[in-house]
Design a protein around this ligand. Structure first.
Ligand code: SF4
Length: 394
């Protein structure tokens, strides 16, 4: 049976750099798009040969700003995918979109190509906070982009939001949530702002031009979202993700279930057990590297290759699985690794359940509500255990 995986395609181009962003994205590099698309095409073909035309169940065009490509360019990439991989008939195909870069024509064009999920980076319905974040769109534009996406007939629309922004009050967050709920999107991703090293936003906070984010206020915002979205019928199926039933993001579920995925493009990551690969991050370096010869041990575009020990794969599977609303399926874990999760992590599970952060019931290891607020603390316990057992080979 051929390998079944999810496919991520990174489009690293952006109009401008948002003030909080440390993603692998570059403004002002659009002249490189044609060469970049050729390189991604080459990478897809090389992987197809190496993996003997694997099945693909989801495709995710992420960025950067994939909507800086026109439909003809996205269509070429989709043709390359269809030619190189065995694409499932019911494949979920997502495109991330910045509201400022979409038009009715573009959205209709994507829909005609078979894109069935659009993820709009709205981030806030407070115009002042959009400026703090350095977003290039305003509130009106985000609302218009959503209306166009609906009119184009996308079966699933996600809206991305950020909370815990300097200067954001609980009231402002409540208003953004209520506006979002009035739109009735199929899916919502809510991320707590992280002040990334070296970003303009971090500099402004360090220089006291902006007040530092308050973690207690951010926790209140998270609890408010849990309450309001739950009341409105959304399933809280992952720590930061809510969906109307049947609209859970299948692509990201692949990551949280620690299943295989292939990442094409600059800085994209892949996981093909037991290996993890990270492609060269710079656009030009990536373009230069995508040339034969390729082997699974040394794919041309990869700048980092890591062979994972079973202990690390087990820890990854637990940590990613705990992010899910349904928790980690202990039976599936035992079938995959031949060992019970309770046997591997007995003391950690006992301690964390004692602290009220975890439950192990009916074969599922799950975070409690308190555990969801303190997720990183929980994950660290499992990682620390891994570090005591594993010394990386040279
Ligand atoms: S649009 Fe997204 S990837 Fe581009 S700069 Fe802003 S946050 Fe970063």
């Amino acid at each position: 049976m051929s390998l079944s995986l999810s496919l991520y395609i990174h489009i690293p181009f952006c109009r401008a750099k948002c003030h909080y962003c440390d993603f692998n994205s570059y403004p002002g590099q659009e002249r490189l798009i044609p060469r970049y698309l050729e390189a991604v095409t080459g990478e897809a073909r090389e992987w197809s040969c190496l993996l003997e035309r694997p099945s693909v169940k989801t495709i995710y065009f992420g960025g950067g700003t994939p909507t800086l490509l026109d439909p003809e360019q996205v269509g070429r990439l989709m043709d390359v995918c269809a030619g190189s991989f065995s694409l499932a008939d019911d494949a979920e195909i997502t495109v991330e979109a910045n509201p400022e870069t979409v038009s009715k024509e573009l959205l209709h064009g994507l829909r005609r190509l078979g894109v069935n999920r659009i993820s709009l980076g709205v981030q806030s319905f407070d115009g002042g906070l959009l400026k703090v974040l350095g977003r290039i769109h305003d509130v009106e534009r985000a609302l218009t982009a959503y209306r166009w996406a609906r009119e184009s007939g996308f079966p699933s629309i996600n809206l991305d939001f950020i909370y815990g922004i300097p200067g954001q009050s609980l009231e402002s967050w409540r208003r953004s949530l209520e506006t979002a709920l009035e739109l009735m999107p199929d899916h919502l991703s809510l991320y707590c702002l992280t002040l990334e090293e070296g970003t303009p936003l971090q500099r402004k906070v360090l220089q006291w031009e902006l007040e530092p984010p308050d973690p207690d206020l951010a926790a209140d915002m998270y609890l408010l979202a849990e309450e309001r979205l739950g009341q409105s019928g959304y399933l809280h199926y992952e720590l930061s993700n809510w969906a109307r039933p049947g609209h859970e993001g299948r692509h990201n579920l692949t990551y949280w279930q620690n299943q295989p995925y292939l990442g094409l493009g600059a800085g994209a990551h892949s996981y093909l057990s037991p290996r993890r690969f990270g492609n060269a991050a710079s656009i030009e370096e990536y373009i230069d590297k995508v040339s034969p010869p390729w082997t699974v041990d040394k794919p041309g575009a990869a700048a980092e290759i890591e062979v994972l020990s079973p202990i690390l794969e087990q820890a990854d599977t637990v940590i990613l699985g705990l992010r899910l609303g349904t928790g980690l399926d202990a039976g599936a874990f035992a079938r995959r690794f031949g060992v019970a999760v309770a046997a591997l992590y007995g003391p950690q599970i006992e301690e964390l359940t004692g602290l009220g952060l975890l439950t192990l019931e009916k074969g599922c290891l799950q975070l409690t509500q308190r555990g969801r607020l303190l997720g990183n603390e929980v994950f660290l316990r499992f990682l620390a255990h891994t570090n005591t057992l594993f010394t990386p080979a040279r």
